[in-house]
Design a protein around this ligand. Structure first.
Ligand SMILES: *[C@@H]1O[C@H](CO)[C@@H](O)[C@H](O)[C@H]1NC(C)=O
Length: 137
């Protein structure tokens, strides 16, 4: 009986590890080349909800508008909807820099749209360690 108790205790301690590990693998697998969003939740700016961080880091459309070459500058509209996602111009005025926008101060989900009227310049640029994150061109 003593042995059984020790084994059960051991399994009880082990169970959380056993069950959390495949979940992490599943997230990595479902994000694929987008990569998993990795943020230190104790380093988040004020106002960012740590429970509302997007799962995958990179933008599904990538680092280019569908109408532009890879990360070309955007001098036209201040905001737009491309490939179903909002982008906006950012950085210094006239620099042509732009970003994909994201909820939750840039840490949340990429903002979807069907027309550019659903996008605005108050939206935050997507933040994180990913090729389509941030403001550039
Ligand atoms: C997260 O940030 C805090 C505060 O800067 C730091 O003390 C901690 O080591 C960081 N954790 C990781 C896993 O990087």
């Amino acid at each position: 009986m003593k042995t059984n108790a020790i084994i059960l205790t051991f399994l009880g301690l082990l169970a959380p590890t056993v069950f959390s590990s495949p979940a992490e693998v599943d997230v990595a697998a479902s994000c694929g080349s987008l990569g998993v969003m990795n943020v230190n939740t104790s380093d988040l700016p004020a106002g960012v909800d740590p429970n509302n961080i997007r799962t995958c880091a990179d933008h599904p459309v990538g680092s280019a508008h569908e109408v532009l070459e890879k990360r070309d500058c955007e001098y036209g509209a201040p905001v737009g909807c491309s490939g179903g996602y909002c982008w906006k111009q950012c950085g210094d005025e006239g620099s042509g820099q732009w970003c994909w926008t994201a909820n939750n101060g840039g840490y949340g989900d990429w903002i979807k749209c069907s027309t550019s009227s659903q996008c605005n310049t108050n939206m935050a640029c997507g933040i994180g360690d990913c090729s389509a994150c941030g403001c550039s061109c």
